[in-house]
Design a protein around this ligand. Structure first.
Ligand SMILES: [Zn+2]
Length: 395
């Protein structure tokens, strides 16, 4: 846990913002402090929550925001330095060494993925290739010809690159890949197996969000691969019941909440991420004692309630990846033709009775009956950033 002084410093900073008036005068514990939501950021768009004079700002990032205004993140030089440091720590933990060739296929621009990895990689002295997203054939060529050892991208885009490598006739033995750092969207153990088999690397999960800093909030160690170590010197983590806001016990799924302990430009108290995960505070096999968060199961907003059963897209993914002949690309269509929600799973593949085998696997894994449509390989839209897994057609 951080020192009381660290928390008091953040509280004093946040008091300078319009959200400060919500902080109770005699607060004692973290749980006495108010939550901050994405709605708060929207209401004070674009720079209403900045606590420093504007001439001290050095950079702005923004997340696209699935609806409405983008969410702005502002940084001082100190904030950028901290970000580089936590990213460097995550990369080092993953086994990235000075001089290694790092192929960065995260998008550069307002999205924090590209520059976040870039800064951390340069800080530890990796040879950093800012490929960004897109032009998959070129990704495959550069990965082979520049001997990329570390691949950084969203997991869905990494699979797309793997497909590009196959199409270019480049086999895993022609590649130098050792480590993959995949994040920015939920993914599963089944996806990990697939990425490791197709790309011949160790696939590690990394987590972050622009509101808190960008990538580098937490990452897996290769020794344990059992939860992501949270960079607790800078980010205080909690998990809460998304309905009541009460703290969730360790090991129980709930909404991830972060307090930034060292951020200057836009410090946030108890920011509700909307991401669903659980916490483990037992020491890890790697020897690090920091709290670990589970892989994100999904977004609070992505939770589907299908005939009374709560489910996340990642559970469908897990079921799909256990069916022979199914490609790891899928989309979920939610409709409400009558009174009840209906879920259609679009997937790709070939093989006898594929639709009924997929339907059975999902029924076993999740306990709901869904409609399954199998499409030929390549028909489900690919994404170069975060994959669109759920299409909600309910009004
Ligand atoms: Zn560990």
């Amino acid at each position: 846990m951080p020192t009381r002084e660290a928390l008091e410093r953040v509280v004093e900073r946040v008091r300078r913002t319009p959200l400060g008036e919500r902080i109770p005068a005699g607060w004692e514990a973290l749980t006495d402090l108010p939550f901050t939501t994405k709605e708060d950021l929207r209401r004070h768009y674009p720079l209403g929550l900045v606590t420093v004079p504007h001439e001290q700002l050095r950079r702005i990032h923004a997340s696209s925001g699935s609806r409405g205004k983008p969410t702005i993140a502002a940084y001082t030089q100190h904030d950028l330095d901290v970000w580089s440091e936590v990213m460097a720590d995550c990369l080092t933990m993953a086994g990235v060494q000075p001089g290694m060739v790092l192929h960065n296929a995260y998008g550069y621009g307002l999205f924090t993925g590209g520059l976040g990895f870039h800064q951390g990689a340069e800080r530890i002295g990796a040879l950093t290739i800012p490929v960004s997203g897109g032009v998959t054939a070129r990704q495959a060529l550069l990965l082979r010809d520049l001997r990329g050892q570390v691949l950084c991208s969203t997991p869905s885009y990494a699979l797309h690159i793997a497909q590009g490598l196959r199409e270019a006739g480049i086999g895993p033995d022609e590649l130098a890949l050792e480590i993959g750092l995949f994040g920015a969207e939920p993914w599963t153990e089944g996806m990990r197996d697939q990425l490791e088999a197709e790309l011949g690397l160790v696939a590690l999960n990394i987590y972050g969000l622009s509101e808190i800093v960008g990538p580098g909030v937490a990452a897996e160690c290769p020794e344990g691969r059992d939860g992501l170590h949270v960079m607790e010197d800078h980010f205080l983590v909690e998990v809460i019941d998304p309905e009541t806001g009460a703290p969730a016990p360790d090991g129980t799924d709930g909404e991830l909440v972060f307090t930034t302990l060292t951020k200057e430009a836009m410090p946030l108290l108890r920011y509700r991420t909307g991401d669903i995960a659980s916490l483990d505070r037992e020491p890890c096999v790697c020897g690090r004692a920091s709290a670990r968060m589970s892989a994100v199961r999904g977004r609070r907003d992505d939770m589907l309630i299908i005939r009374g059963v709560n489910l996340y897209p990642s559970q469908i993914e897990e079921a799909l990846l256990h069916v022979d002949g199914v490609a790891p690309h899928y989309q979920l269509i939610v409709e409400r033709p009558g009174q009840l929600d209906e879920l259609t799973v679009l997937c790709e593949g070939k093989g006898a009775n594929l639709a009924s085998r997929v339907k059975e696997a999902i029924r076993e894994q999740v306990g709901v009956t869904v409609r399954v449509l199998v499409r030929p390989l390549g028909e489900i839209p690919r994404s170069e950033g975060k994959a669109v897994r759920v299409v909600d057609k309910r009004t």
